[in-house]
Design a protein around this ligand. Structure first.
Ligand code: ATP
Ligand code: MG
Length: 231
């Protein structure tokens, strides 16, 4: 579905990604883990075309989308939920969703979104700024879904959320997988990542150092954690 091959990315002269290889299978949840500053967000931004890759390939099915502008990548079916959510504070819940729709959603209509996110349905006419952190995160995911994506890139969605809301987020991500959406999940919260992931990848200094199934990861969990996660 989505495959990165030898991806390089820079910020100015700073060489951040040093040839990242990742396989992100269709209709599965692939978690990307790693310490602060290893290049997780840069990887997601490079997939989306927000940081133009300077080497390597990004295969979306049979197309190499590396070098495409972000709007074209979005139209090809990739949706991005950035770290920090970035919803519009002055727009209502419904307006936040409507502005994201390129054409009226076919798969993820407002009715289906509100079925997936009952808490947002209750807040439909509230402004973004009036929502709790958890509701803002759900809205950010709903807004991304309104583009009917094939692939969803989620950057640290659990950040700053209460445990109950994190569980709700896990339920939503499991539903997305059931609906056939391919999910790339960047996370620092290992417990949450393990509760939803099918595949686990780990980055260190702009390189992938591990990829395996959740079961394989869990067998080596303590070693991998000590080597690549804890500081
Ligand atoms: N806009 C930028 N300009 C210059 N350097 C940047 C920029 N954004 C990130 N960097 C640097 O690139 C490296 C990778 O950053 P990135 O945000 O991809 O890491 P991350 O793995 O997402 O970290 P975190 O866990 O803190 O979110 C870091 O050294 C960071 O300082
Ligand atoms: Mg980041």
């Amino acid at each position: 579905m989505l495959r990165l091959e030898g991806l390089h990315a820079f910020y100015g002269a700073g060489h951040i990604l040093h040839g990242v290889d990742l396989a992100i299978p269709r209709a599965k949840v692939t978690a990307v883990l790693g310490r602060n500053g290893v290049g997780k967000t840069t990887t997601v931004r490079a997939i989306m075309g927000l940081v133009p890759p300077r080497g390597g390939r990004v295969w979306l099915d049979d197309d190499d989308i590396a070098g495409w502008p972000p709007h074209r990548i979005a139209r090809a079916g990739v949706a991005y939920v950035p770290e920090g959510r970035l919803i519009f504070p002055d727009l209502t819940v419904v307006e936040n969703i409507r502005v994201a729709e390129r054409v009226p959603a076919r798969q993820w209509t407002l009715t289906r979104l509100f079925d997936l996110f009952p808490s947002l349905a209750e807040r439909a006419r509230n402004k973004g700024s009036q929502l709790s952190g958890g509701e803002q995160q759900m809205l950010a995911v709903a807004r991304a879904l309104a583009t009917d994506p094939k692939v969803m890139l989620l950057d640290e969605p659990s950040q700053g959320l209460a445990p109950l809301v994190v569980r709700e987020l896990a339920r939503v991500i499991a539903r997305l997988r059931e609906e056939g959406v391919t999910v790339l999940l960047v996370e620092q919260n290992l417990k949450f990542a393990e509760s939803v992931a099918d595949e686990v990848c780990m980055l260190v200094k702009g390189r992938r150092v591990y990829q395996g199934t959740l079961a394989a990861f869990q067998q080596e969990r303590e070693t991998l954690k000590a080597n690549y996660l804890t500081v």
